[in-house]
Design a protein around this ligand. Sequence first.
Ligand code: RIB
Length: 294
Amino acid sequence: MTGIAVLGSTNMDLVVYVARAPRRGETVTGREFRTIPGGKGANQAVAAARAGGDVTMIGAVGDDTYGTLLRSGLEHAGVDTDLLHTAEGPSGTAHIVVDDLGGNSIVVIPGANGTVTALGHGETAAIAATELLLLQLELPLSVVTDGARVARAHGVRTLLTPSPVRPLPSELLDCVDLLIPNEHEASALTGVTDPHAAAQILLGRVPEVVVTLGAKGCLYAARDGEPVVLPAPEVTVVDTTGAGDTFVGTLAVALGERRPVSEALAWATSAAALCVQRPGSSVSMPYRSEIDAA
Ligand code: RIB
């Protein structure tokens, strides 16, 4: 089994389903409200565990009811939570509006995620001992950078999802092997809208890039090879929340199994396509058998 450490966020997703998101100053009536365990880090951990990875989650939940639910959700998915600390105060929350086209808008309140400011001995040892490290940007940037540095020092392959997008310091990018932005993040990081051109610019900073393109699939580019464009299967979209995290968690497992890149991308794309056909983030992520069948 591929050893994967996720240094990242856990959030309780507070999701409203509505025909269309309200404009500024407008009140609309929604259809349904759900609380669903999420957070980019925890989502990637669940996706990787369901895809067959041996996953350790590093981060923090609050000492509230959400914290208890977030921890048990991860454990139920088979994720090791020994390094998921319980901090005083509220858990992270994500306030999500999902419209009838399956699109979403999200406001994240970091809560306990903001208390993850340093790596202790246990966290450092877990990163040093794993095969792949998954990072996103919902924890303080300093600790994300520390995690990447530890990984680099121990030859651990690091995948970074630059979301929520922000300028990325060289100290971090110098330790990243594979950067996985969506097309909006790729554009924000480079100033160009064409994903192919953006990927080429990003290759100046990291050795490999995957730009996820939503319904259009993904684009892989590496310094030492030809770009690969992989279309996504056509499906009926219910909710895109967590699709990118599903892609990354599944891709990590496939890469850890040393599968060829194009096969790994196809597997991850199938997993993301399954995720968008169901509501919610972590709860909509497919199991390995479902991905194989798809
Ligand atoms: O990527 C989706 C996730 O982003 C949601 O689960 C939410 O928690 C936000 O962090």
